[in-house]
Design a protein around this ligand. Structure first.
Ligand code: GDP
Ligand code: MN
Length: 386
């Protein structure tokens, strides 16, 4: 689960990770009030969306006085911000962060993430921080270094010193950096984060270390033990169809092809997407209804996929184990009747109560094509859309 910069900074403060003074505003009047409360200009107005690249996209601006705060906030609120991370459709800005302006001496890059290969937490850092970090990663990756922290041992003093030295941090600011690294690591572990990215981490001309930006992603599977994070979820930033699916505990991811598919089990869903591709078509989604789906879940899965205008045909691939084929078939029939499905549907079903399931589908009066096996299903679905 991603959160906004202003929310991340709120959490940072609790962990004594230094950030500038700031406040979030939902209207230009609020923005003005916050800016005046910061006690001096310039301030920075930052569009809050779940995507980076805002600086380059025109979503971060300095305001030299209260009038400029009003103008910038008015411009930002409600606008569609397009950055290299949002895709061409962009994101609507619904809130802005108003932050005390900093005089920047140097910008660094610092992030923590889970490295699956080494099963460690990796600290990535660079002296070449700021809005061009993607360029740095692509053209001069040697400028980014990594320090691996064993989660059983936790972050060690020598590792913090390594980060400091390789960043070329000036000696007087070194202690601040260690404190920040220590607290960041603590935050990362305690909240089951999967990513914490600070770009830029700055050294101000006064010699203070600050997290000027904050991008945080949490492991959604661990949210049950962080109830305080749930209020940070912003449904406005998520795909509405994925939000809908999550209400019924369906594992759904919206993709850009035109073959909708409903499968039980993530592994089978991956395999199904592969065979769709192999047959020359492209999946419109990943939809795993789970091993023990109820007919209500099946119905909702069907409804969500049918509501997707890019879906031209649906492939249903079920291996009936815990989820029995008859339960599944009833869900499909209910959903198809309610939604009045008018696109081709290919069904491949095997397993527990398969005969009963097939009978339910056959007697439903619906126009469903039955497939004998996976390859047959793939060929039929490809023929339906091509
Ligand atoms: P991003 O582009 O979405 O990553 O947004 P950032 O929060 O990283 O802001 C982009 C850039 O705006 C930073 O790299 C800074 O150069 C600049 N910036 C942000 N806050 C300040 C500030 O207080 N003072 C100055 N001078 N520049 C700032
Ligand atoms: Mn940034």
């Amino acid at each position: 689960m991603k959160i906004h910069e202003y929310q991340a900074k709120e959490l940072f403060r609790k962990f004594n990770i230094p950030v500038a003074r700031s406040g979030v505003a939902f209207s230009k009047e609020e923005a003005l009030k916050i800016s005046v409360g910061l006690g001096g200009f310039p301030v920075v107005v930052k569009a809050q969306i779940h995507a980076g690249g805002r600086g380059k996209g025109g979503g971060v601006k300095l305001a030299a006085n209260p009038e400029q705060v009003l103008t910038i906030a008015e411009q930002f609120l409600g606008m569609t911000l397009v950055t290299h991370q949002t895709g061409s459709e962009g994101r609507i800005v619904r809130k802005v962060l108003v932050e005390a302006g900093q005089s920047i001496d140097k910008e660094y890059y610092l992030s923590l993430l889970v490295d699956r290969q080494t099963e460690k937490i990796v600290i990535m850092a660079s002296q070449a921080g700021g809005i061009d970090i993607e360029n740095v990663a692509e053209k001069t990756p040697e400028k980014i270094f990594k320090v691996y922290v064993d989660p059983l041992l936790g972050i060690q003093g020598y590792q913090m010193r390594e980060v400091g030295f390789r960043l070329g941090f000036p000696a007087p600011a070194m202690k601040q950096l260690y404190g920040m690294l220590f607290n960041l690591y603590k935050f990362f572990v305690e909240y089951d984060a999967s990513l914490v990215e600070i770009n830029p981490l700055i050294l101000t001309s006064g010699g203070t270390v600050l997290a000027l930006d904050a991008k945080v992603d949490f492991d959604s599977n661990a949210l049950y033990r962080h109830k305080d994070l749930l209020e940070f979820r912003d449904f406005g930033e998520e795909d509405p169809m994925e939000v809908d699916a999550s209400r019924y505990s369906l594992n759904y991811i919206n993709l850009d092809g035109n073959v909708g598919n409903i499968v039980n089990g993530a592994g089978l869903a991956m395999a199904t997407m592969d065979i769709i591709k192999n047959a020359g078509a492209t999946p419109a989604n990943f939809m795993d209804v789970g091993g023990g789906a109820s007919s209500e879940q099946v119905e909702n899965a069907f409804r969500i996929i049918l509501a997707d205008p890019k879906v031209k045909a649906i492939l249903i691939n079920i291996f009936g184990g815990i989820l029995r084929c008859d339960v599944f078939a009833r869900g499909v029939v209910e959903a198809a009747k309610k939604t009045g499905v008018n696109i081709p549907v290919v069904v491949r079903m095997e397993g527990t109560n398969v005969e009963m399931g097939k009978q339910i589908l056959a007697e439903s009066g619906l126009n469903l094509t039955s497939a004998s096996d996976l390859l047959d299903a793939a060929a039929k679905i490809a023929a339906a859309v091509n």
